[in-house]
Design a protein around this ligand. Structure first.
Ligand SMILES: NC(=O)c1ccc[n+]([C@@H]2O[C@H](COP(=O)([O-])OP(=O)(O)OC[C@H]3O[C@@H](n4cnc5c(N)ncnc54)[C@H](O)[C@@H]3O)[C@@H](O)[C@H]2O)c1
Length: 379
């Protein structure tokens, strides 16, 4: 098998997770990293990577890099993805693909023109039981779909003093909670059900209208008690919370609640689907089991066990039942499919492409419009 070289731009939370996932796959080497800080060298050395840059364009000039992973704040995705494609690199971009529809459309067109592999890391699809539910729905095991609802709840922005670049519109985009985590849920809902969202109705809330931004990098304060003079007041103009109603193309109805200020829910996605034969409930904090509900016989819990799963979900399971898999495995499985197609372009695009990234930007724009105009918006 041909060895492929990856280059990762932005080694923060998710960039480091990309590197770990890539290293668990065969015949892929993380050849270079890019980070804007003087930390690039330190991070590369810690990770045992011999090549690092502070300007991503220098990495794009390396002919040995096959695939570029874009793991920087959202506002940089478009320019970086465009230049990577122009440099003839395959691209895996973090979500959201861009911060507006026009840019996402341009990337879809450019990737197609170049014939390069293009993907977005909507990794939640790659929890094996989400592939399993998708297969069950496609085979008619749930019957006709009545409704799809759920939530994506986090608490890492709960306190007024919690601060991150995502709170600044210029870095994150017009929508925060919906684009950041709601996009994962909507991608999952359409992937699992095979149905398309046709209309949205949204209500947003910003509970912390002013947040306290630390005046120095947060790491500087490790172990210290912050004093009032260590913060600056910043007005917040993106949503902490959103509730959204959906209509699907088969007549099914749906609803989603997203919140980044829900104490105690660390990073919890729930997906609840009601069908005419049975219903299904899953959440990402217990990802190795799914509940099926029945009206006329006993309910059941299915554990992630490849020996009793559909072939299309079995293929993204690496370990037997009881040997639990989680968040890091979802990225490993997504990248496995993407790199397989980099090796053989004739394989199916069975991973989220830039087109899936564009789809989420379109949905987010419609949701923001619905919130502003206080009415249903057709997608
Ligand atoms: N798929 C997922 O589950 C998931 C989870 C978290 C984040 N994300 C996405 O990943 C992206 C990054 O989020 P994060 O939480 O890792 O952020 P982060 O702040 O932890 O990391 C971002 C990194 O990018 C670097 N960076 C910034 N500007 C740069 C530049 N010009 N060139 C090179 N490096 C630069 C920063 O120094 C930092 O190391 C976001 O788009 C986010 O939406 C996806």
């Amino acid at each position: 098998m041909k060895k492929l070289n990856a280059g990762v731009i932005g080694v923060g939370f998710i960039g480091a997770a990309h590197i770990e996932a890539l290293r668990r796959l065969h015949q892929i080497e993380v050849k270079s990293i890019v980070d804007e800080t003087e930390d690039a060298e330190k991070k590369a050395k810690q990770l045992g990577i011999d090549s690092w840059y502070s300007d991503y364009k220098e990495m794009l000039a390396d002919p040995e890099i096959d695939c570029v992973h874009i793991c920087t704040p959202n506002h940089l995705h478009f320019e970086m993805a465009k230049n990577a494609l122009l440099a003839d690199k395959h691209v895996i971009c973090e979500k959201p693909l861009t911060t507006d529809v026009t840019e996402a459309e341009e990337l879809v067109d450019l990737a197609k023109k170049k014939g390069l592999v293009n993907a977005v890391n909507f990794n939640i699809r790659f929890y094996p039981l989400m592939h399993e539910l998708s297969a069950a729905i496609r085979k008619g095991e749930m019957g006709e779909l009545f409704s799809v609802h759920g939530s994506y709840l986090q608490d890492w922005l709960f306190h007024q003093t919690d601060y991150n670049w995502r709170l600044e519109k210029s870095l994150s985009g017009d929508s925060r909670a919906v684009a950041d985590i709601g996009s994962h849920w909507m991608d999952l809902a359409e992937f699992v059900t095979g149905r398309r969202i046709t209309a949205v109705m949204a209500d947003f809330a910003t509970f912390h209208k002013i947040r306290k931004k630390p005046l120095k990098p947060v790491e500087t304060y490790a172990g210290m008690l912050l004093k009032p003079e260590d913060y600056m007041d910043i007005p917040i103009d993106t949503e902490d919370y959103a509730s959204i109603l959906f209509r699907f193309d088969n007549g099914a109805r749906g609803s989603l609640t997203v919140s980044q200020v829900f104490a105690g829910r660390k990073n919890r996605v729930t997906m609840e689907i009601a069908g005419s034969k049975k219903s299904a409930v899953w959440n990402s904090e217990s990802p190795n089991e799914i509940w099926y509900g029945r009206r006329d016989s006993a309910n059941e819990i299915q554990l992630r066990d490849p020996s009793i799963m559909h072939p299309e979900s079995r293929e993204i399971v690496s370990f037997p039942g009881g040997h639990n898999e989680g968040f890091p495995d979802t990225m490993k499985q997504n990248f496995s499919k993407i790199y397989a197609r980099i090796r053989d372009i004739n394989l199916p695009e069975n991973y989220p492409t830039f087109r899936a990234g564009l789809r989420e930007i379109v949905l987010c724009e419609k949701i923001v419009q619905s919130q502003k105009e206080e009415k249903w918006i057709t997608v």
